[in-house]
Design a protein around this ligand. Structure first.
Ligand SMILES: [Cu+2]
Length: 264
């Protein structure tokens, strides 16, 4: 049977989109590590930008880790199928951990600056400038270090997953702009209680491409050095991600005192 040209192009187009969506979201690699209890230990990983926005280059990236004071902590006792909110700080499970050390690397973007929380702890970076990353078939790694999490010996946590919020920016728009989600790819965990379709929900991505589709970094407890207390049974998995307050406060590009992105 003869395949008509428009049908063939459509098939190719849909196929390519499918591959992008299945394999090429922005993710961290490596995406997990075993607990390292040494002082000042860090885990090295990288955020891999995998595609642009439609036909637009990625001109910058913002990555923000949960800040541990204003972020959401959840617990799962069924291997991650269901999660419930933990009404306490993440320090119930780990000693300080998850802060970031930016590795000076300008291979993808010539400008990079640290983002700190209100207490001055580094929790993220933005990077940008230069020619940017072409929309297809390129791979843009941005390396960084995560301060090692040390589990509290008396907690029942057997793992903790840090969920950063990442934005790959292709064109600078304001949140209210109808094109905002076509101009930036978001890899952000949706915050419970935020109305889908609202301005706040734009931070979670475009429902037509990737919505509520974050990158993750999981740290597995060293059960030899820090066994679970007998009362814990099988133990629990913990995850932590930025709240809406933190996304709006920290997920920004500020350059020479001016907010560049999102456009004010
Ligand atoms: Cu994608």
């Amino acid at each position: 049977m003869k395949l008509k040209r428009p049908a063939l192009l459509l098939a190719l187009g849909v196929g390519a989109l499918g591959i992008d969506q299945a394999f090429a979201h922005t993710r961290l690699s490596p995406a997990s590590a075993d607990e390292n209890r040494a002082m000042h230990a860090t885990y090295v990983t990288q955020a891999n930008i995998a595609h642009g926005c439609g036909e637009m280059n990625v001109i910058g990236e913002v990555l923000v880790m949960p800040d541990q004071t204003d972020s959401i902590v959840e617990v799962s006792s069924d291997g991650g199928k269901t999660w419930t909110r933990h009404n306490g700080p993440v320090s119930d499970f780990i000693q300080a951990g998850g802060f970031i050390r930016v590795i000076k690397s300008n291979e993808v973007f010539p400008i990079q600056q640290m983002i700190s929380d209100p207490n001055g702890n580094p929790i993220g970076y933005w990077a940008g400038g230069g020619e940017g990353l072409p929309p297809h078939n390129w791979y843009g790694p941005i390396p960084f270090r995560i301060q090692a999490a040390v589990f509290q010996d008396n907690s029942c946590a057997k793992s903790i997953t840090f969920i950063p919020a990442i934005a790959d920016i292709c064109e600078i728009k304001s949140v209210a702009d109808p094109e905002f989600n076509h101009a930036t790819n978001f890899w952000v965990k949706a915050v419970p209680g935020v109305e889908p379709g609202s301005l706040d929900a734009k931070y979670f991505g475009d429902p037509a491409h990737a919505y509520d589709s974050p990158a993750t970094f999981k740290v597995n407890r060293n059960l030899t050095q820090s066994p679970l207390p007998a009362s814990c049974g099988q133990g629990v998995d913990v995850r932590i991600y930025p709240s809406m307050n933190q996304l709006k406060r920290d997920m920004k590009v500020i350059w020479q005192g001016q907010q560049i992105w999102p456009a004010p």
